[in-house]
Ligand binder design. Sequence first.
Ligand SMILES: NC(=O)c1ccc[n+]([C@@H]2O[C@H](COP(=O)([O-])OP(=O)(O)OC[C@H]3O[C@@H](n4cnc5c(N)ncnc54)[C@H](OP(=O)(O)O)[C@@H]3O)[C@@H](O)[C@H]2O)c1
Length: 281
Amino acid sequence: MKVGFIGTGSMGSLLLDAFIYSDAIHPKQLFVSNRSVPKLHHLSERHEGLHVCQSNVETVKNSHVIFICVKPLQFEAVIQEIQDHIRPEQLLVSITSPIQLYHLENNLCCKVAKVIPSVTHKVNSGSSLVMYGSRLNDEDRLLLQNLLSHISKPVEINELQARIFSDFSSCGPAFISFFLTKWIDAAVEMTGVDREQLTCLTSEMILGTGRLLTQAELTPLQLQQLVAVPGGITAQALAQLNHSLDGAFHNLITTTHNKYKEDLQKLDQSLGQHETNRPQY
Ligand SMILES: NC(=O)c1ccc[n+]([C@@H]2O[C@H](COP(=O)([O-])OP(=O)(O)OC[C@H]3O[C@@H](n4cnc5c(N)ncnc54)[C@H](OP(=O)(O)O)[C@@H]3O)[C@@H](O)[C@H]2O)c1
């Protein structure tokens, strides 16, 4: 199987690296193109045998499965460039959350799917959110699922809920890291503790917490209750945190969903709408 990548920025190159390092794909099977050329040279230096293409059309012509890893408003140009060259038997995978399957099926004759990846795939972990278009058969679904399972835990979701699931699986690492940064900043400022030592200790704590939630199958609430004995220091601090964060998560979800709606409206204007299948919030 030959796999194409259009867009080798932050997420495109991360996915490509992860597929190669996990032995899911050999560099010789890969065909890549990007708007600016230096990024392609860095990739080909890193992965001997990888095919650097001169255009997105060349990538499409050479690949069975094609990942499109550009930003939402860069999508229209890519579709216009490739739409007369893509073939019905090919599978195109978009990793962009506001791009809807109907945008792709309206404009391309091939099979289409949507996958929302996560930065956590760099270390072969985290969930990839998978949504299949109407033209895929069981074999296509299995192929995509097998590929993704080398670097992640693929989870099929309803496209109408793609934004809220992405908030957790894809934006989540940034939100959690923001919380940790603020916490560490406060600790250094208030106590003079060594930042590097505290950061190492915090990273180990997060790894252990992740294992308790996955391997030991604790829920986040059960984990809190395990640590926060009534009347203790943790319980008192959690009550304070609960008060301080009042409304913060509702605001966060409103913000991500408003930005998503904004992008979706622009994409509907440029790529066409599908009134009966429009995401509801
Ligand atoms: N970052 C994440 O954690 C994450 C997670 C899940 C999903 N995503 C999604 O992944 C998509 C890409 O995000 P990113 O963070 O990787 O952005 P990025 O670093 O800006 O990468 C986008 C790449 O697309 C290239 N590009 C733009 N127009 C092109 C065209 N017409 N033909 C070929 N290549 C083109 C850009 O080339 P230049 O070098 O010229 O700029 C750039 O290298 C976004 O839709 C984002 O929502 C990202």
